[in-house]
Design a protein around this ligand. Structure first.
Ligand SMILES: [Zn+2]
Length: 114
C-alpha cells in the first residue's frame, strides 16, 4: 500500500493520519514520503479530526461546481470540498470523507457536531 492508500484505509476505521517530519517536527500536508524542507523520511501520525473553516468559496469549474474551503486541523491547512450547505467560516468542521481521485487525496468537509 502506498501512502495515500494507507491514509485512505485508516480513515475507514475513523483514524485520520498525516505525514510528520520528526526532524523538523512539522506536519506535512499533502502527505508525502519525504519532508519538503529537509528531505528526511516522514512518519505517519494521527491527527484529531476536528478543524475550523478558515475560508470558503464557490468553484465554477465545470464538473467541479461546488463549495470548497480551507480548514485548519491542528495547524495543518487542508483544502476540501464542503458537502454540507449550512457550514460557515469559523465553524467547527470534520473530515467527512477521503477519496482518491487521479492519485490525489480529495477531502470532504462536514459539520463537526453530527
Ligand atoms: Zn523536515
Amino acid at each position: 500500500m502506498n501512502l495515500k492508500e494507507t491514509i485512505f484505509e485508516k480513515f475507514k476505521d475513523g483514524i485520520f493520519l498525516n505525514t510528520f517530519c520528526p526532524h523538523c517536527k512539522k506536519q506535512i500536508w499533502p502527505p508525502s514520503n519525504n519532508c519538503k524542507d529537509c528531505f528526511n523520511k516522514t512518519v505517519l501520525k494521527e491527527i484529531e479530526n476536528k478543524g475550523i473553516l478558515l475560508e470558503m468559496s464557490y468553484s465554477h469549474i465545470p464538473k467541479q461546481e461546488n463549495f470548497f474551503g480551507i480548514g485548519d486541523f491542528s495547524g495543518i491547512r487542508i483544502l476540501g470540498t464542503i458537502v454540507e450547505k449550512n457550514i460557515k467560516v469559523n465553524d467547527s468542521i470534520t473530515i467527512y470523507n477521503i477519496k482518491i481521485i487521479d492519485n490525489k487525496i480529495s477531502i470532504e468537509f462536514g459539520n463537526y457536531n453530527k
